[in-house]
Design a protein around this ligand. Structure first.
Ligand SMILES: Cc1cc2nc3c(=O)[nH]c(=O)nc-3n(C[C@H](O)[C@H](O)[C@H](O)COP(=O)(O)O)c2cc1C
Ligand code: SF4
Length: 619
């Protein structure tokens, strides 16, 4: 029995908040403390079982007894809220990080992951015994550190899934081949852990690896029936593999919501123990659907709690306020972990600094914020929360350029952000003034002005470039069909525009001066977008400088050689942005001025929100 206080739990998410020692840090304590208040259980980030098996350099460890004291502090702080604490034990096998010195690689196979990774040693009996010992030793330490539940990772393409998977496991001994053989070693690990510690055990599986010859649901249903008979207390049904199908593993916005919920339902029908559903459960409606229609016993909510630590509290009406929505974009969270900065969030600038709440201003003042993009809206909200009076000037639509982001078909979930910020403006009492602010509106009327006027597309000087589009081509009234579109600039905006135009049967040519198309994109979105573009026969022309446009012919130079693109119907320019800040000079010396967001430095959506947040807290 898991005996949680409610049906919600936080799943295992690597935070990257460690300091390299494997020990608990203040960042871990603050992160989980902020998220444990309303859930039944917190799964602490996956532990490494041996220093040579890390996925990221800053991962938490459970490989030695000196880790126990810090973990006791962590479990005590989570227990104080009434939540239980789950220790997620995972051996990455061949998916240990090849860039971490000292890591070693073992697997059911001697073949590396085809998408990168080190060459593993195929495990022999001795290796298997060592692995079992790593799991049982870690489970004992988890018990000593007062964890309540053990979760064993049998999915996501890690070691035990490398045994389960018919695609990866190419052994010819009794640990490879048919289903009984492939399940043998994972079940040995399970039994050993269960016999070693008297803690309830959950098993996390990939219901489907979403690969032609990978793990499939029918086998996982049979496997779950076996788990049912093995004293397992719940089956946690995710999908995908870290090697081949990360979008499924991370439940990226590019993949459809609900497939994992269906898998959980199918498994639930066949077993008597509880099932945990997971995957983009990030609205109150999703919670209702997953519990009522899909019959999940427990619901794992990951990124929605990263984006808003009170997501469940707000859903249960225990906390007032609007839910800050998770966009399933993975930009800040996965992007932050991958970059080494640690988990961040596009929509949640508080993350990582949970301890520092927003303090009331010592002296309330009157501020004007000029520009209602992400930076301007966030600055206005925080200033207002702190007790200042705020007028927000926006001549067009609130949300600025971010209104274009959800126009790409795979990015519809981004559409949740601007309405949320509008709601917060409303809740906090920011006055929105629909006009272009002039000097006379500002000087003498406020104590300070925040300039958040954003950026404009930077257009290169090209002979004959008279008519062209930018991202506004994705607006319904502009969307072309059956045209040849040449996109100049192959960064995030160019790639997004291409993926928005392809479904309308447009033929795309995209050119870039350098080589890395989509270089500023989040990794999963980049890979999936470029894959789709290649499949749809997009012409990629790197190292290409556009020289001249004559009618429907575009002349260019590639590696010093002249080339040309013929029959071009439409040109899109997405060669970067430049700050737009027309008021700073005018206002200088007349009123205190603070420039934020793109108006100060070109960045992405997360940078804009963070900068608005920063100024909101500083003034
Ligand atoms: C940054 C990040 C790191 C993650 N790390 C792990 C991991 O190490 N092991 C694992 O099983 N799942 C990991 N996950 C997957 C989550 O446990 C969860 O299944 C996924 O985020 C989908 O749930 P959600 O949509 O509620 O976030 C990670 C997810 C994110 C975003
Ligand atoms: S970065 Fe995106 S996916 Fe990750 S938690 Fe924040 S909003 Fe959700």
């Amino acid at each position: 029995m898991l005996a949680l206080k409610n049906m919600f739990l936080f799943p295992p998410i690597k935070t990257g908040y460690g300091d390299g020692s494997g020990m608990v840090t203040d960042r871990h304590l603050a992160f989980y403390k902020a998220r444990c208040r309303h859930v039944g259980a917190i799964t602490v980030e996956p532990f490494y079982l041996d220093k040579g098996l890390r996925e990221i350099p800053t991962q938490l460890g459970l490989d030695s007894d000196d880790k126990v004291e810090g973990l006791k502090k962590l479990t005590a702080s989570i227990h104080a809220s009434g939540a239980k604490v789950i220790a997620h034990l995972n051996h990455p096998g061949r998916m240990a990080n090849p860039n971490i010195p000292g890591n070693y690689f073992i697997s059911s196979t001697d073949k590396p992951c085809e998408n990168g990774g080190a060459m593993p040693k195929q495990m022999d009996r001795n290796d298997m015994e060592n692995v079992v010992r790593l799991f049982t030793d870690a489970a004992l330490r988890a018990k000593k550190a007062n964890f309540d539940i053990i979760e064993l990772q049998f999915g996501h393409g890690y070691l035990l899934a490398q045994f389960l998977s018919p695609l990866v496991n190419d052994r010819t001994d009794e640990y490879g081949g048919d289903f009984d053989n492939r399940t043998r070693f994972p079940l040995q690990v399970l039994r050993a852990v269960d016999e070693t510690v008297d803690l309830p055990v959950i098993v996390r599986i990939s219901g489907d690896e979403m690969l032609p010859q990978g793990i499939k649901l029918p086998e996982m249903i049979t496997f779950s029936k076996i788990l049912d008979k093995q004293n397992v207390q719940a089956v946690h049904v995710s999908a995908g593999s870290v090697c081949s199908t990360p979008p499924w593993y991370f439940q990226h916005m590019f993949i459809p919501k609900g497939k994992t919920w269906k898998m959980a339902r199918k498994i639930k029908k066949e077993i008597s123990i509880p099932v945990i559903a997971v995957g983009q459960i990030n609205t109150p409606e999703d919670i209702e659907t997953v519990s009522n229609e899909y019959g999940a016993d427990y619901i794992a909510v990951g990124r929605a709690l990263v984006a808003d630590p009170d997501f469940i509290g707000k859903y249960m009406a225990e906390v007032p306020g609007t839910i800050r929505p998770c966009l399933a974009c993975s930009e800040g969270c996965l992007g932050g972990v991958r970059s080494g900065k640690g988990l961040q969030c596009l929509v949640n600038p508080h993350i990582g600094e949970e301890k520092e709440s927003v303090h009331a201003a010592s002296q309330p003042k009157r501020y004007a914020v000029v520009g209602g993009g992400l930076a301007g809206m966030e600055a206005s909200i925080i200033l207002r929360e702190r007790g200042h009076t705020v007028d927000l000037y926006e001549k067009d639509q609130l949300g600025g350029q971010f209104n274009f982001a959800p126009l790409t078909p795979n990015k519809r979930s981004l559409a949740k952000l601007v309405p949320y910020l509008k709601e917060r403006l409303n809740e906090t009492g920011v006055k929105v003034i629909s006009k272009e602010a002039a000097e006379t509106d500002l000087v003498g009327h406020y104590d300070g002005v925040i300039l958040a006027t954003g950026s404009k597309a930077s257009v290169p000087a090209i002979a004959g470039l008279d008519t062209y589009y930018w991202a506004e081509i994705l607006l319904e009234e502009n969307l072309p069909e059956n045209k040849h579109v040449l996109i100049i600039g192959g960064g995030l905006i160019g790639v997004d525009i291409a993926t928005g135009l392809i479904p309308r049967n447009n033929r795309i040519t995209i050119v870039k001066r350098t080589i890395d198309f989509g270089e500023d994109m989040e990794m999963i979105a980049k890979n999936l977008s470029l894959k789709m573009m290649k499949e749809k026969k997009t012409v990629f022309s790197d190292h290409t400088y556009i020289k001249k446009i004559e009618g429907r012919t575009v002349h260019a130079e590639r590696n010093g050689e002249p080339i040309q693109f013929d029959d071009v119907d439409i040109i899109v320019v997405s060669t970067g942005m430049k700050s737009y800040n027309p008021l700073e000079d005018t206002l200088e010396g007349k009123i205190p001025v603070y420039v934020v967001g793109d108006a100060a430095t070109i960045g992405n959506a997360q940078d804009a929100i963070r900068d608005g947040h920063r100024i909101g807290k500083e003034l």
